[in-house]
Design a protein around this ligand. Structure first.
Ligand code: SAH
Ligand code: SF4
Ligand code: F3S
Length: 487
């Protein structure tokens, strides 16, 4: 799943996902000391980019950079980019044009020009092109070199010329990033934590193996240490991130390797950490141990994002997904057996090269059979350099549009039904903040639905059983069941 986050626009997202940068932007605006310089980070793409943006801010803090709310206030602007679907580069160039104008206005106002850095997956894939077409850009850096950012800033300042670093270095960035802060959303109650990065699966349509590099996992002790710091800082819910998060295989610190269920159990043992989520998973790595962990580890939330992309075996093969629709159905059946409460979310692509009406109908059938609580669906977008982009039998845009509409209509019906079915259920809600109306507080259900109740602000940060009474447009309303405070 991808999100689009911008501290400028606060684009609508998954609950809470856009909070991290807005929060960052809100602090330190006035500058804590004379040397404070403004840093404005714009983030597009997946949650991993959200995490990375926060870590880039951390790494620049010792140089005096403090987050500011607008590029106008910033001595440095970082545009953290996403390459996953169409017009990624065009969008970057148009945003860079805007940033250049702002920088020029700063110069006219006697404030000095801002350093402009382009980070993320477009930087990785099209770094040289960026410097050629936007020579005013000072720094281009790929996702694996964020720890070298201070050095790049110094070099850019000294040389007055552009610096590009899109290596896949042997050292792992996580071992060099400062440990002091972590990206947190919704105050400091929920947070993202990257545990695995890169991908070796090479799906026919996807740029990620090229932009993020080979699959690597952080060690279990380093993940646990970061999670512990988060929890000490008040975090109650952690979402573990990875492009293939369930392929996690980290050094366990004792000469062996730890898989995701082992890591989840280690994290569940941290006092104060109530909820653990992980994304994005691949069906091929959804093994029995992980399925069992959903039964045995109450902190693992019963909501799983497991992209299937297509319901047609022929297309799944063309996509190089490495599993059939039947195997996906079997995984879901085993998950539901282990954890009857589990709800599912998925990603779909319509119009992959060669997709016939019959293939598309197989996707619709799979959706009807499984029933998703939530899903993200996309028109296939040819990405330069990926195998599918060069395949024959590309599908007409009009056909893709029409299939996408049919699929989305079905998925919407399912999502509405799932939300409507919540009425009458009692679910634990982690309260994360005040509601819109006085006397209201708001939180999230195990299924990431926003839930509003009448209640005291003292409950913020706690998980309380709530009887769901009403379905609102994008959220649920309920009443507290006071005697059942979970934490
Ligand atoms: N690692 C995850 C997906 C990461 S990309 C997985 O294996 O499922 C997020 C989603 O973007 C994908 O699941 C896919 O549905 C969509 N996507 C990726 N490349 C795409 C492309 N070229 N065109 C359309 N959608 C794409
Ligand atoms: Fe892309 Fe496939 Fe890897 Fe997911 S598993 S990141 S879709 S190549
Ligand atoms: Fe986009 Fe890169 Fe994430 S391409 S989806 S920002 S891994």
């Amino acid at each position: 799943m991808t999100v689009e986050v911008s501290s400028d626009s606060g684009a609508a997202l998954q609950p809470g996902d856009n909070q991290a940068l807005n929060r960052q932007s809100a602090i330190g605006q006035s500058g804590d000391n004379m040397n404070a310089r403004g840093l404005h980070v714009i983030t597009w793409g997946c949650q991993m980019n959200v995490y990375d943006s926060a870590r880039m801010s951390d790494v620049l803090a010792p140089l005096g950079y403090r987050p500011v709310a607008t590029p106008q206030q910033a001595e440095m602007v970082i545009l953290n980019t996403c390459h996953i679907r169409e017009r990624a580069a065009e969008k970057v160039f148009s945003e860079l044009g805007r940033l250049r104008k702002i920088s020029d206005e700063r110069v006219a106002a006697g404030l000095g020009r801002s350093i402009i850095a382009v980070a993320g997956c477009v930087a990785q894939a099209e770094g040289e092109e960026i410097l050629a077409r936007a020579p005013f850009v000072d720094i281009v850096l790929g996702p694996q070199t964020y720890h070298r950012l201070p050095e790049m800033v110094a070099r850019a300042a000294r040389a007055g010329g552009a610096v590009i670093d899109t290596d896949f270095p042997v050292e792992m960035k996580f071992d060099f990033l400062p440990a002091d802060s972590a990206p947190q959303v919704e105050g400091n109650l929920t947070a993202f934590l990257t545990i695995q990065e890169g991908c070796d699966k090479f799906c026919s349509f996807c740029v990620v193996p090229y932009t993020r590099g080979a699959e690597t996992s952080r060690s279990l002790p380093s993940v646990v240490a970061e999670a512990r710091r988060m929890v000490q800082g008040g975090v109650r819910e952690i979402t573990l991130l990875g492009q293939n998060v369930n392929a996690y295989h980290g050094d366990d610190g004792e000469g062996g390797t730890a898989d995701l269920p082992t890591l989840a159990r280690a994290l569940a043992a941290l006092p104060g950490l109530e909820r653990i989520r992980y994304m994005t998973s691949h069906p091929r790595d959804m093994d029995q141990a992980l399925i069992d962990a959903h039964r045995d580890t109450p902190a693992l939330m019963p909501f799983l994002h497991l992209p299937v992309q297509s319901g047609s075996d022929r297309i799944l093969k063309a996509m190089n997904r490495g599993h059939t629709a039947g195997e996906y159905r079997a995984i879901i059946a085993r998950l539901r057996e282990a954890c009857p409460d589990i709800a599912l979310s998925s990603d779909f692509i319509v119009g992959h090269p060669g997709e016939t009406e019959e293939d598309f109908e197989a996707t619709m059938q799979l959706v009807r059979d499984i029933g998703f609580a939530q899903a993200f669906s996309f028109k296939y977008s040819p990405r330069p350099g990926t195998p599918a982009a060069g395949q024959p039998f590309q599908i007409d845009e009009a056909v893709k549009d029409e299939r996408l509409q049919r699929l989305q209509a079905l998925l919407r019906v399912q999502q509405d039904a799932f939300n409507a079915d919540m009425v009458g259920r009692t679910v634990p809600v982690l309260f994360t903040g005040r509601g819109r109306k006085p006397g209201q507080i708001t939180g999230r259900s195990p299924y990431l639905q926003p839930v509003h109740v009448e209640g005291s602000e003292d409950l913020i940060g706690r998980t309380v059983q709530v009887a769901i009474t009403q379905r609102l447009t994008n959220s649920l309303a309920g009443t507290l069941i006071r005697e059942r405070v979970c934490a």
